[in-house]
Design a protein around this ligand. Structure first.
Ligand SMILES: [Zn+2]
Length: 347
C-alpha cells in the first residue's frame, strides 16, 4: 500500500488509512488529537478500546469506580482478575489499552467529575465522550462543552434500549435544547435497577466512536445531524433528525451554566462520625417513594415508611427521602456515595 510520505504513519494503521474518509492526512490528525472519556463502564470500555486502537494521540479516562464481577458481562476491557484486585476501572482500562497500543498516551484519572473538578479534568481536549451513567453528569458536561466550545457525544443505554447524538456547540442542538431538564430521579430506570444488555452498549458506544473519529480526523463535515434511537431486543433502529437549536436555550444561547456554577445538580456532604454521606438535590424535584421501593426490592432488604425508603445493597445502606435527599451509609467517600445514588435512584 502507499502512504503519503508527508505523513509518517505507522503501518499498524494501514486499514484505516486505506479508508478514503480518513487517509494519511486524517490519520495524522487523529494521532495529534486529544480525547477525554467521562466514565469507563460499559460505554467507556468500548469507546476507549476503539479509539486507542484507532491511534488517537492522547486519551484521558476519568472514572470514580472499581471493577466488580457484575461489570464483566458488558465492560469489555475488564477481567476476573481486575475484579478480584478491586482495581479502579480507569487503571484497569489503561493497562489493557497500553497493551493494545503503546503509541497512545493513556491517562487514567480516578476522580469524581463534578462542578469543582470539571474545568481541570477536561481542559485542553478536542473532544469529550459521554460514558456516564447519570443526567447530572451529562448536564454538567454540556455546560462545560458549550462554555468552552468543545464538541461532545451523548450516549445512554438501559435494558435493550439506547440513544446517542453528537453536540457541536454553536452549530447543533445542545443537551438542553434536546431535553429541557433532567428526567425526575426515581422515574428513569437505571442499569442497576432495570439491567442492561451487552449488545446495546456495544452498538451505542460504537456509534459514538464513529462520530469521534470523524471529529478527530478533521471531518466535521461528515458528523451526523441525527439522533440514533435503538432497541436491540425489539429490533428497532431509528435515525431521527435532531431538533434545531432552541431560540432561547439557557445554555447554548443565553450562556447560563448553572450546573458548572453548582446551582443545579446534586451536592454531597460527609456526615461526621457516621461513615455516611448525604446527597442533596438542588432542583426541587420530589420522588415517588413507592416507585423507588419497587425498584430496589429485588436488590436487597427494603423498608418503607411514609417518609423514606431504606435498602441494604451490598455493603451499603441507602436511605432515600421523598425530597430526593439520600444518605449512603458504609462510606465516607462522596464519589462512592454519588455513584450509589446514580445507580440505584437515578438522576
Ligand atoms: Zn442549547
Amino acid at each position: 500500500m502507499t502512504t503519503n510520505p508527508e505523513f509518517d504513519i505507522p503501518p499498524r494503521y494501514s486499514r484505516q488509512v486505506l479508508f478514503e474518509g480518513i487517509g494519511s492526512e486524517g490519520q495524522a490528525r487523529l494521532m495529534a488529537s486529544q480525547a477525554v472519556l467521562v466514565g469507563c463502564g460499559a460505554l467507556g470500555t468500548v469507546q476507549a478500546s476503539l479509539l486507542a486502537r484507532a491511534g488517537v494521540g492522547r486519551l484521558r479516562i476519568i472514572d470514580r469506580d472499581f471493577v466488580e464481577e457484575s461489570n464483566l458481562q458488558r465492560q469489555i476491557l475488564f477481567d476476573e482478575e481486575d475484579a478480584r484486585a478491586i482495581l479502579p476501572k480507569a487503571v484497569a482500562a489503561a493497562n489493557r489499552l497500553r497493551a493494545a497500543n503503546s503509541l497512545v498516551r493513556i491517562e487514567p484519572v480516578v476522580e469524581d467529575l463534578n462542578a469543582s473538578t470539571i474545568g481541570r479534568l477536561l481542559e485542553g481536549f478536542d473532544l469529550i465522550l459521554d460514558a456516564t451513567d447519570n443526567f447530572d453528569a451529562r448536564f454538567l458536561l454540556n455546560d462545560h462543552a458549550v462554555k468552552t466550545g468543545t464538541p461532545w457525544i451523548y450516549g445512554a443505554c438501559v435494558g435493550s434500549y439506547g440513544l446517542t447524538f453528537p453536540v457541536l456547540p454553536g452549530d447543533t442542538a445542545c443537551l438542553r435544547c434536546v431535553f429541557e431538564s433532567a428526567p425526575p430521579p426515581g422515574l428513569s430506570p437505571t442499569c442497576d435497577t432495570a439491567g442492561v444488555l451487552g449488545p446495546i452498549v456495544a452498538v451505542v458506544a460504537s456509534l459514538q466512536a464513529a462520530e469521534a473519529l470523524k471529529i478527530l480526523a478533521g471531518r466535521r463535515d461528515r458528523v451526523t445531524r441525527r439522533m440514533a434511537v435503538l432497541d436491540v431486543w425489539d429490533g428497532r433502529l431509528n435515525l431521527v433528525d435532531l431538533p434545531p437549536r432552541e431560540a432561547d436555550c439557557p445554555c447554548c444561547v443565553r450562556h447560563e451554566f448553572p450546573y458548572l456554577e453548582g446551582t443545579l445538580g446534586s451536592d454531597t456532604a460527609t456526615l461526621c462520625g457516621r461513615n455516611s454521606v448525604q446527597i442533596r438535590r438542588r432542583d426541587g424535584l420530589t420522588l415517588d417513594l413507592d416507585q423507588v421501593a419497587g425498584r430496589l426490592r429485588p436488590l436487597g432488604a427494603v423498608e418503607r415508611n411514609r417518609f423514606l425508603v431504606r435498602a441494604d445493597i451490598d455493603a451499603y445502606r441507602l436511605t432515600v427521602f421523598a425530597d430526593g435527599r439520600a444518605i449512603v451509609s458504609g462510606t465516607k467517600d462522596p464519589a462512592i456515595a454519588k455513584s450509589i445514588y446514580a445507580r440505584y435512584v437515578g438522576t
